[in-house]
Design a protein around this ligand. Structure first.
Ligand SMILES: C[S@@+](CC[C@H](N)C(=O)[O-])C[C@H]1O[C@@H](n2cnc3c(N)ncnc32)[C@H](O)[C@@H]1O
Length: 380
């Protein structure tokens, strides 16, 4: 059963490409389920007792656990295989997208310009936190261009993200968007939502959920990455949805003050930086009208258990997600206050995930991930 819904912009995979992609997805699943699950037993039964014997106390933070685990061969094997699975995602999908790139460029042209809009800014400076690192091992990140009017990075993302998340975000990979939009509707039934801004939209997976949940609202979405935005616009058109995509940096956009009723991001903040976060919060405050709502759905340790925290922080150290751990440690309520939101209007919560993988399917491995998403919110 395919783990992704298809649409007219979705890149194809021939027989051999599909077989390789299925292998990588199932390989990752097996590394996580069959090998990764042994890590906790290893820690409790071997690594922690050894640490206690050597230090006369238990590890006091996730860094000490990471250092102790990193010396263990079983953990090294798990970590190396997981990193390999990530590199394989791109090694396998990249050539398949390159093979069909001329055709995808043609399809993007055909679908563009009918519904919504696309506004690119070739002069936009790519933030250093994207230019300096191949984020989660994606070669060239989201922004690099291989050719004129490129859509490579977006098309590659559309296939790899389903494999990376093992299908846990639903067939349209939009569960963050659906869940956030439904949450705001339910929590603020009297909020008049005429204009929404989705920051860090990539190819619009979550953006289009806002189109569905608020059909009378104007939905805008920004990203710094042109090849993703071109693909996003063509994909939205191919799916018959109207959204407005702009190439802008969330730290300083070109929209007027008080322009939006909701400003939201879905898993963007952990891919920014210590300096960018306060600027983005400040920009959200500027962009919201009085009474408008800021929402940042992202990673946050769901437990005080240090071993869980160590496991959840793996990406920061081994998957080129350098800000991932720091975001967990940042006082976000304070950051919202500094950005201008009143103290009693800023909050942290876990919003319920909407998508439920069918029991017994391979996607069900990530049920725990899909149940609740951390969100920093604030009302202006
Ligand atoms: C993990 S992806 C987000 C996925 C997307 N929101 C979704 O729900 O499908 C992170 C995105 O944030 C974008 N991004 C990171 N920093 C940004 C910034 N300062 N301004 C705009 N976009 C940014 C990246 O280019 C990337 O496309």
């Amino acid at each position: 059963m395919p783990i992704h819904a298809t649409h007219a912009m979705f890149p194809d995979a021939n027989h051999d490409e599909q077989a390789r992609q299925d292998f990588v997805r199932l390989f990752k699943l097996s590394v996580q389920r069959d090998i990764g699950s042994g890590n906790r037993r290893l820690y409790e039964g071997t690594v922690k007792p050894a640490f206690e014997r050597a230090n006369g106390r238990a590890p006091k933070n996730r860094r000490e656990i990471r250092e102790a685990m990193a010396a263990n061969p079983y953990n090294q094997m798990w970590s190396a295989l997981l990193r390999t699975s990530q590199e394989m995602l791109y090694d396998i999908v990249g050539p398949s997208i390159e093979r069909q790139l001329p055709e995808l460029l043609g399809r993007a042209k055909k679908f563009s310009g009918k519904l919504g809009s696309l506004e690119l800014d070739p002069g936009l400076e790519i933030p250093s936190y994207h230019a300096a690192v191949n984020i989660h091992c994606k070669p060239g990140g989201y922004h690099s261009e291989l050719t004129k009017d490129d859509v490579f990075a977006g098309a590659e993302y559309d296939r790899t993200v389903h494999m990376y998340l093992m299908g846990s975000m639903g067939p349209n990979n939009d569960d963050f968007g659906v869940s956030a939009a439904r949450w705001v509707k339910k929590t603020y039934p009297n909020l008049r939502v005429k204009r929404v801004l989705d920051m860090g939209c990539t190819i619009g997976h979550s953006t289009l959920a806002w189109c569905d949940e608020f059909p009378d609202a104007e939905i805008h979405a920004i990203d710094v990455a042109a090849p993703c935005l071109r693909y996003a616009h063509a994909r939205a058109n191919a799916m018959g949805k109207t959204a407005h995509f702009h190439q802008m940096n969330a730290e300083r956009t070109a929209f007027p003050d008080g322009h939006f009723d909701v400003v939201v991001s879905h898993i963007m903040m952990h891919e920014t930086s210590t300096k960018a976060l306060p600027r983005i919060y400040k920009e959200c405050h500027r962009l919201l009208r009085q009474g408008g709502v800021m929402m940042h759905v992202d990673a946050r340790f769901k437990t005080g258990n240090l071993f869980d925290q160590y496991q959840q922080e793996w990406d920061a150290h081994y998957n080129n997600e350098p800000f991932f751990g720091t975001l967990h440690d940042t006082d976000l309520i304070k950051a919202a206050r500094v950005a201008g939101f009143a103290k009693d209007k800023a909050f942290e919560t876990f919003i319920p995930g909407h998508y439920r993988p069918s029991k017994g399917t391979e996607h069900a491995i990530n049920e725990q991930m899909t149940r609740h998403y951390f969100m920093l919110g604030a009302q202006k």
